[in-house]
Design a binder for this molecule. Structure first.
Ligand code: BG6
Length: 298
């Protein structure tokens, strides 16, 4: 990596672009409170978010690949323009593409911002024949991380897309973890032929593989991590669906880039457009965001 390649985006003490694992470049944001976040250009992939006290809030597998043709396992993979399986690679092309920084800055409020972009090129068009701009904007303050996705159709024809923040949270123990906010929401159970049922529980707990898409979920969700006495909050805008996923034992063993026992220390609560793809006409724009927060549990 050429040391000066990203110099125009650096802000002394707050934002730097440095080599990460396997020399893949990553943007490191540091808020004056001491909170930090890291975003790899590979995948436009947030891999770390730490509190001012140094607690890591995102899970990152010790077995993750850090390779150009593979997604990173953990943090926030971006699924676009496809969620799950289909004609494109699983979860689409964004998480296996290289993004570019386009903007960095510090707001008057002190928030540190980095925006990365993925634009259609010969590689993406080979897989998905559309001209698009996809922007990931990351904003960091003392207690919150805001992650926004924006899609522009710069083509001459409409296209449909899914767009998802596939967030992996680090938890002290999955058996002492609860997801709240989904009671009364219809879900599609990916482990039972996509059967649709209504969630009856206030508090979702884990004792087996879980893989559900909640349709039109409320914008506010909570991940209660009892072991670490903390609650992670999610507040989304125009990200209508949510997935709750934990691979549990057998699936963990089948995944080459995930430790056999790591299902114990993570849960995915994903936000975005999973079920009904959005359509953008030429010139149209979409923006969705999730604000992640962390507070001590009462
Ligand atoms: C979740 C899906 O979003 O992603 C699961 O609901 C899937 O079915 C998981 O296993 C991980 O996918 P991948 O491609 O990163 O292994």
């Amino acid at each position: 990596m050429n040391d000066n390649q990203f110099a125009q985006f650096e802000i002394p003490g707050m934002l730097e672009v440095i080599p990460g694992v396997n020399e893949l470049p990553k943007v490191v944001l540091t808020h004056r409170s001491g909170a930090r976040a890291e975003v790899y250009l590979h995948g436009g992939h947030v891999t770390s978010w730490t509190t001012p006290g140094g607690e890591e809030l995102f899970f990152l597998s010790r077995s993750s690949y850090f390779a150009l043709d593979k997604p990173i396992r953990g943090g926030i993979p971006v699924a676009f323009p496809q969620f799950g399986g289909g004609p494109l690679p699983q979860h689409g092309i964004a998480r296996i593409s290289d993004w570019q920084p386009i903007r960095t800055g510090v707001r008057d409020s002190g928030e540190v911002m980095a925006a990365l972009q993925l634009t259609a090129d010969d590689d993406t068009r080979e897989l998905w024949p559309h001209r698009f701009n996809l922007v990931l904007e990351v904003l960091l303050d003392a207690t919150r991380l805001t992650v926004a996705l924006q899609v522009d159709n710069v083509d001459k024809a409409p296209f449909d897309f899914n767009a998802v923040l596939h967030t992996y949270f680090s938890v002290g123990a999955i058996t002492r973890t609860a997801v709240e906010g989904l009671r009364g929401v219809t879900y599609q159970d990916s482990l039972r032929d996509d059967v649709r049922e209504v969630e009856q529980r206030d508090t979702i707990r884990f004792d087996a593989e879980t893989d559900r898409i909640y349709l039109d979920a409320p914008p506010h969700l909570r991940v209660v991590d009892e072991t670490n006495a903390r609650v992670i909050t999610l507040d989304s805008q125009d990200m209508p669906d949510a997935v709750v996923w934990n691979p549990w034992i057998a699936k963990a063993q089948r995944m080459p880039d995930f430790g056999d026992d790591e299902y114990r220390e993570m849960v995915c609560v994903e936000t975005g457009i999973m079920v009904t793809p959005r359509t953008l006409a030429p010139g149209q724009h979409w923006r969705g965001e999730t604000v992640f927060g962390c507070e001590p549990s009462s």
